[in-house]
Design a protein around this ligand. Structure first.
Ligand SMILES: Cc1cc2nc3c(=O)[nH]c(=O)nc-3n(C[C@H](O)[C@H](O)[C@H](O)COP(=O)(O)O)c2cc1C
Length: 181
């Protein structure tokens, strides 16, 4: 079982820590995991040309932009499940994660049936960030297994949030259980 973590923070911060805890629990439950830090990837903005649109539901489309999405899209297709993580920006998901989602246009219908969880971290208001992640999952017909949100501001502050590590580990185990069923 392959689980792909996708972290939408532009810094080594709280989101990365949260996604890491979910993946750690998934590994302990037997999954193979990989963490993608979008900040370290070269992912250009979707230009909206729609050249990549799928003509059937079995073959990935081809994006005209040549960048790190060429390697990331096959990883998405090979994964059984995803852990989406975002810092809350203006009560929403981060632009880094949203642009990544936009660039999945060449494959999104092929993700149907995979599983996903989401994590979000805000200073004080999560707003619609988790709803944003769930909406992407709904559009792609992913099975939404659950989500966790937490409050923290400075990078690493999340680690002192009591109980959050257990909640994240529980989410990772539930994700593995769901894929195994
Ligand atoms: C551009 C920007 C917008 C933000 N908007 C919100 C917000 O709407 N609500 C909130 O509670 N925190 C907001 N924050 C604070 C971050 O969500 C918070 O610092 C979080 O811990 C960042 O996660 P990270 O360490 O993974 O980057 C914002 C931060 C930035 C940089």
């Amino acid at each position: 079982m392959k689980i792909l973590g996708i972290c939408g923070s532009p810094r080594n911060g709280n989101t990365e820590w949260m996604v890491g805890r979910v993946l750690e629990a998934a590994r302990s439950a037997g999954a193979e995991t990989e963490l993608i830090l979008l900040k370290d990837e070269d992912i250009k903005l979707c230009t909206g040309c729609l050249e990549c649109e799928l003509h059937d539901d079995t073959t990935p489309g081809a994006c005209v932009i040549k960048d790190d999405m060429d390697a990331l899209l096959p990883k998405m297709l090979a994964a059984d499940a995803f852990v989406f993580g975002t810092p809350v920006y203006f009560y929403m998901l981060s632009a880094l994660l949203k642009n990544f989602m936009d660039r999945t246009i060449p494959v999104w219908p092929l993700l149907k049936g995979k599983s996903a969880v989401g994590v979000a971290v805000a200073e004080d208001t999560v707003g619609k960030a988790l709803e944003n992640l769930r909406t992407y999952a709904d559009v792609c017909k992913l099975e939404w297994v659950g989500d966790v949100s937490a409050f923290a501001s400075a990078p690493g502050e999340i680690a002192s949030n009591e109980g959050i590590a257990a909640a994240l580990a529980g989410l990772g185990r539930r994700l593995v259980d769901t894929v195994q069923q």
